[in-house]
Design a protein around this ligand. Structure first.
Ligand code: PMP
Length: 378
């Protein structure tokens, strides 16, 4: 089997693998209730949220969490600002458009970011701001704390797509004053795909209560609120069947993350990213993000050397490692992406295997490089 160094699904720790292999529990089984409740409490820790914040776990992917945020916070006709740093911000804008929300965008060139001051200048009349902490299509990380401070001053709601950041970059929902921070199970939390996760502020739930046009039933935070409260209080309940097997895996993954310490997990991602970049530098590769300070630690988006075509990830796969191709439509054929997120960042041998596979593939396409020098630099 190939080593997964794409942007999710990712490699699993032995503990999460074991939990994923258990047969699914009934949704009212005491063991499931205990796991669900524990996972919700652990989410608050990992998100940097307070006791007043409500975590939610949905069966679905990150895109479903985005739909939940859009349809629970805003009515048709309200105004949203999207801080657009790539493909996933664009997706958020499309979701909001379908809700009938009026969308304004601040769009960055691929590899560039949007500064808090630019956001501040665009907040007049805006009801909610949506930003992607790490846009997986470019590898750019925004200054989410700086943007949060501007949004808070304006009184608008603030939604952070943390799909490519939660567990791997500093996340501080309470300090930011963010109303929703959302992610998916298959990224830096290192759990199999299939769960959409978000934490809502009291203001987010108030916004839901004020809506004129309610969200689709299965996405409605108010339908799910008593269910999640029951799980945290250790009581059985039912609205729609949860992904019980995945909830066990989630709890196992969050257990590991909380035991390690979320700050230490973030430092581990940073160390791995800096090591990978040193190695990629030896291979002669450069980053898509314009400046090192705005390059995320969960992935490296790398320009393909002159003359190397976009089928390059296929060459790497032949060496047993899956990496991702380009995704941003403006530059798709000119770059590729290596995910270094989740458990794999604690495994130097797997990171070395990745560097070696990329280096050997580069040599095959005529780009002379020092493969073992790169591995040594890692
Ligand atoms: N937002 C970001 C930043 C992402 O990276 C992704 C997935 N790559 C999504 C949203 C959508 O998540 P999913 O594919 O799980 O629906």
């Amino acid at each position: 089997m190939s080593l997964l160094m794409i942007l999710g699904p990712v490699e699993l720790s032995p503990g999460v693998r074991a939990a994923s292999a258990e047969p699914p529990l009934g949704h009212t089984a005491p063991a499931l209730i205990a796991s669900f409740g524990a996972a919700l409490r652990q989410m608050r820790t990992v998100w940097g949220a307070g006791p007043e914040h409500q975590p939610f776990v949905f069966a679905g992917s990150g895109t479903l969490a985005m739909e939940v945020a859009a349809t629970n916070l805003l009515d048709p006709g309200q105004r949203a600002l999207v801080v657009d740093t790539g493909v996933f911000s664009d997706r958020m804008a499309r979701i909001l458009g379908r809700r009938g929300v009026e969308v304004e965008r601040l769009t960055a060139a691929p590899g560039a970011t949007i500064a808090p001051a630019e956001v501040a200048a665009a907040l007049q009349g805006i009801d909610a701001v949506f930003a992607t902490h790490v846009d997986t299509s470019t590898g750019v990380r925004i200054d989410v704390a700086g943007i949060a401070a501007e949004v808070r001053r304006s009184g608008a709601l603030f939604v952070v797509d943390g799909v490519c950041s939660v567990g791997g970059e500093p996340v501080a929902q309470a300090d930011w004053g963010a109303d929703v921070v959302l992610t998916a199970s298959q990224k830096a939390l290192s759990v199999p795909p299939g769960l959409a996760l978000l934490v809502a502020s009291p203001r987010a739930l108030e916004a839901r209560r004020r809506l004129r046009v309610p969200p689709p039933l299965v996405l409605d935070l108010l339908e799910w609120l008593p269910i999640h409260q029951a799980y945290e209080e250790g009581r059985p309940s039912y609205f729609a069947t949860p992904a019980t097997g995945l909830v066990r895996a989630l709890q196992a993954g969050l257990d590991e993350l909380v035991a390690e310490g979320p700050d230490i997990a973030v430092a581990r991602h940073r160390t791995a990213a800096l090591a990978m970049r040193r190695a990629f530098g030896v291979l002669g590769l450069t980053l898509v993000p314009e400046r090192p300070e705005i390059a995320a630690h969960t992935l490296s988006a790398l320009w393909l050397p002159e003359g190397v075509d976009p089928s390059f990830p296929g060459r790497v796969a032949a060496h047993g490692v899956l990496v991702a191709g380009g995704l941003h439509p403006d530059i798709r054929a000119r770059y590729f992406r290596v995910g270094h997120l989740g458990w794999v960042t604690s495994q130097p041998a797997l990171l070395a295997q990745t560097v070696r596979a990329v280096g050997l593939a580069l040599r095959e396409v005529g780009h002379d490089c020092d493969v073992e020098g790169a591995v040594a630099a890692l």
